[in-house]
Design a binder for this molecule. Structure first.
Ligand SMILES: C[S@@+](CC[C@H](N)C(=O)[O-])C[C@H]1O[C@@H](n2cnc3c(N)ncnc32)[C@H](O)[C@@H]1O
Length: 261
């Protein structure tokens, strides 16, 4: 591929404008770019997407071919079957649009999967949200995206993580008493690298019984459920929540001192 590119550009007016960087795109430092056009190996779709989105200065536009299902997840809207953590996180940072379908029969030999070309345009400015917090909430919500939030946040495992975070932060605040605590919430997009890794781990609610429901009453559980009630979220399901809903829910939790990272 590299040799072929060099051969094609050689002797043309563009030859001194071509610079080929040969290496693992996930490991190398990317230079400044404003446009990215790529036909990628599909197994690096998620880490590459978030590597591009964490690159600064932000690029203008990327046009990338993905496996069809990955592409449909990227662009899925609330209520769509493929609406998921990957789409919510990507759409938080970028406008994503499906450009065209590329059927497997366009290739020789035909691969097993169909493809789609997607346009990704980073939002400018980027949203002012702490990404670890955001992703922590979205990850919990989409682990059981068709369950109500009331039932998700009654799970022992979820409550135990949140209570641990809550106590750690309380202890930290106590030890830092007097120092001004209101730190800027920086967008930490690099934490997104693993966003796609558990795509296939979303649990099908209809097939799996949730066993770890916290049945005991506790002050902390009441606090969590009170936040859900306050925002009218208890009976809602992640599969239908918009970005604004997630933002609102996160701000209510944070106001109550409940954090996801
Ligand atoms: C789908 S092919 C596309 C080839 C060519 N760009 C084209 O459009 O015909 C993906 C290419 O990416 C290369 N590749 C695989 N993993 C890579 C990585 N981590 N970094 C850079 N290139 C990689 C593969 O060797 C393969 O040549």
């Amino acid at each position: 591929m590299v040799l072929e590119l060099q051969r094609r550009f050689q002797g043309t007016p563009f030859s001194n404008r071509l610079k080929v960087i040969q290496g693992d795109v996930l490991k190398c430092d990317l230079p400044y770019f404003d446009i990215c056009v790529a036909n990628i190996p599909y197994q690096i779709s998620s880490p590459l997407t978030f590597k591009l989105l964490s690159h600064r200065p932000m690029f203008r536009c990327a046009v990338i071919m993905f496996q069809r299902e990955f592409a449909m997840r990227l662009v899925a809207q609330p209520g769509d079957t493929l609406y998921c953590r990957l789409g919510v996180n990507t759409q938080l940072l970028a406008r994503v649009s499906h450009l065209l379908k590329v059927g497997k029969n366009n290739f020789r030999p035909p691969p097993k999967v169909d493809s789609s070309v997607v346009r990704i345009e980073p939002r400018k400015p980027q949203p002012s949200v702490n990404f670890k917090e955001w992703d922590g909430l979205v990850r919990i919500c989409f682990n059981r995206k068709n369950k109500t939030l009331g039932s998700i946040f009654r799970q022992k495992s979820v409550l135990s993580i949140l209570e641990k975070n809550y106590k750690t932060l309380l202890a930290l605040q106590f030890s830092q008493k007097g120092s001004s605590e209101n730190k800027e919430m920086a967008l930490n997009v690099s934490a997104l690298g693993d966003t796609g890794e558990d795509l296939s781990m979303e649990i099908d609610d209809d097939e799996m019984e949730v066993e770890d429901v916290e049945t005991r009453g506790s002050e902390f559980k009441d606090k969590v459920l009170e936040v859900l009630k306050q925002g009218g979220f208890e009976e809602k399901r992640s599969s239908k929540l918009t970005e604004a809903d997630f933002m609102h829910l996160l701000s209510l939790f944070n106001k109550a001192g409940i954090h996801f990272s």
